[in-house]
Design a protein around this ligand. Sequence first.
Ligand SMILES: NC(=O)c1ccc[n+]([C@@H]2O[C@H](COP(=O)([O-])OP(=O)(O)OC[C@H]3O[C@@H](n4cnc5c(N)ncnc54)[C@H](O)[C@@H]3O)[C@@H](O)[C@H]2O)c1
Length: 375
Amino acid sequence: MNTVNIGVIGAGYWGPNLIRNFVDLPKTNLVAVADMKQERLDRIAQMYPSIKTVNDYRELFNLGLDAVVIATPPATHYMIASDCLRHGLSVMVEKPLTLRAEDSEALIELADRMGLTLMVGNTFEYNAAVETLRKLIADGELGEIYYINAVRTNLGLFQPNVNAMWDLAPHDISILLYLLGKEPTSVSAQGGKHVFKHIHDVVFMHLKFGENLQAHIHVSWLDPNKTRKITVVGSKKMAVYDDVENLEKIRVYDKGVDVPPYTDTFAEFQCSYRYGDIVTPHIQFVEPLKVECEHFADSVSHKTTPRSSGQVGLRIVKVLEAAQQSLDADGTPVGITPTIDTLNPENVVNLMHSVGLQTPATNGKSRHLNTVSRQ
Ligand SMILES: NC(=O)c1ccc[n+]([C@@H]2O[C@H](COP(=O)([O-])OP(=O)(O)OC[C@H]3O[C@@H](n4cnc5c(N)ncnc54)[C@H](O)[C@@H]3O)[C@@H](O)[C@H]2O)c1
């Protein structure tokens, strides 16, 4: 496939950014945009007169498209994505993939059965600063990771149908999973409902990744400052990623604490604090959304699994679902079972062996094991 014919569904706040990128990319042909609101379509038609605009996304099924990108409210993702997959279209869905883990599983299975691409729009996985941070951790530059603190706050934008956690935390969870290469084992969350009495506008999440690694996520629509900051504290060095900074997005601090050898007296117990250089790695920055859109087009063309695949989307929804359970139970920790990628037969075999079962001949069918259990 040389050029990927694409349709975008949803042209509200975020959709026009996707539309701009798919119009600009040489390897994609943006054929049509669907939105229920005529004024949104009029705006798109004014900017891009050659693009077809339709009110009903189902009209996209007759236009010879290869793929669609869904930028509608999260509550509609599952229904629209499954309809598009059933009509033979590869799909990129904006975050979060769905509002329920079982719906994400169903989409993964459907895409697999239809031989189509399913991707979730985790923009930060295509961000050069996040990639730099991931490499610092993977190369052991920071040493053993002790904890990560993520803050994503601003005044607004209030959403009518999801709380601040479902709106903002998918970004931070996707970054954490990408940086650490593993899923949390449990999560707890507490928050407040201030402006509207039924919707959390501030949430504090605490994630455990096994015994000695923890992360904290603070998301809020009620804060005087726009903050998008991730601090990674390691045994050797510490790094701060500030997405609001234009130039120095990452700073690596050669700071740490060295514990003295065993001492007998309190007077001798003196930690030595290291205050070394602060280094700002050079980052060749390209608009992350452009990289993401290009990656989707390549995945569709070459039939390869995208970096932010349906499985990655599922892992994030599982964390959010568990965190919502915890939020509803005023912070009671909720355990998260590891997601087994059962589309990969090797994983199924390993899983069955681990619980002492014989493995039958596989017929290529997929199965997803995914439960969220209260601890
Ligand atoms: N990746 C990012 O950084 C990022 C940033 C903002 C929003 N988002 C995501 O993008 C999605 C959309 O968010 P938004 O802020 O643009 O929402 P929005 O409400 O501003 O826009 C959604 C649009 O979808 C249209 N729509 C709803 N149902 C439809 C249907 N059945 N058929 C056709 N059109 C329909 C609405 O008319 C509206 O114009 C959400 O999933 C959100 O989480 C991602």
